[in-house]
Design a protein around this ligand. Structure first.
Ligand code: HEM
Ligand code: HEM
Length: 178
């Protein structure tokens, strides 16, 4: 059951598994750009792709769970615009956990390389599909700044709830609210 003070264990577990893995894979993606083939770029890319593809599975489960359970009620009364902004950012972040793996997979499949998850063939190599590779690459690259902005606002919002509103927004997301 959802109430203002507690969240389901599924919401909490899915938030932290997807969220922390997402931040890790995102940081790895940015770090890969600094590497060269000599400094392990392709090994790192293999890890990035494998973890990124795995996130898709958890993200899909999470979205189904959120649709089933409905949006989170605010932990304390906030202005309507703040609630709308928070929910819009949740929507953007949720979408990003789908759009990033899907566009990454599109890039690899379009490039004819298929997708391996830690050595297990998830999608076989095939012919190049240039438009798919370009579309995937454009979405993967153009989303980066939008995601950074959404994450900054998301984390700033959580801190604001903790310090200014002094409510249970963070504590209920770590399972501490009663
Ligand atoms: C250290 C980083 C993070 C912190 C401190 C944090 C904190 C929180 C908190 C406190 C809530 C509850 C908001 C409420 O009660 O209205 C929440 C919800 C949410 N967060 Fe995060 N979050 C973090 C990272 C992320 C990441 C990386 C993503 C997605 C990529 C994400 C996506 C969401 C979504 C979609 C919700 C809505 C509730 C749900 O469906 O789980 N968060 N977050
Ligand atoms: C949650 C999942 C993912 C996130 C958050 C993510 C994030 C990123 C980021 C931030 C970059 C750097 C982009 C830039 O510097 O402009 C990147 C690059 C890249 N990602 Fe992902 N990614 C994810 C999943 C995947 C998947 C599943 C694949 C492929 C199967 C993939 C393939 C790539 C490739 C090939 C690059 C390098 C692109 C280039 O050099 O042009 N990513 N990713």
């Amino acid at each position: 059951m959802l109430n203002n003070q507690s969240l389901s264990w599924q919401t909490i577990a899915l938030h932290w598994i997807t969220g922390l893995a997402f931040i890790g894979v995102f940081a790895l993606g940015l770090y890969m750009g600094e590497l060269t083939p000599e400094t392990g770029k392709f090994q790192m890319m293999g890890i990035h792709k494998s973890l990124g593809a795995l996130i898709l599975i958890v993200a899909l489960i999470r979205i189904v769970w959120r649709l089933k359970e409905g949006a989170l009620p605010p932990a304390s009364p906030v202005a309507a615009w703040q609630d709308k902004l928070a929910k819009a950012i949740h929507g953007i972040l949720m979408l990003a956990t789908l759009a990033m793996p899907v566009s990454g997979i599109a890039m690899s499949v379009g490039g004819g390389r298929g997708v391996d998850i830690f050595g297990w063939q998830f999608i076989a190599k095939g012919d190049e599909i240039v438009w798919l590779q370009e579309l995937g690459g454009a979405i993967h690259g153009l989303s980066v700044n939008i995601i950074i902005a959404a994450l900054v606002l998301h984390i700033a919002g959580a801190i604001k709830h903790q310090i200014v509103d002094k409510d249970s927004t963070i504590s209920r997301m770590v399972g501490r609210a009663s």
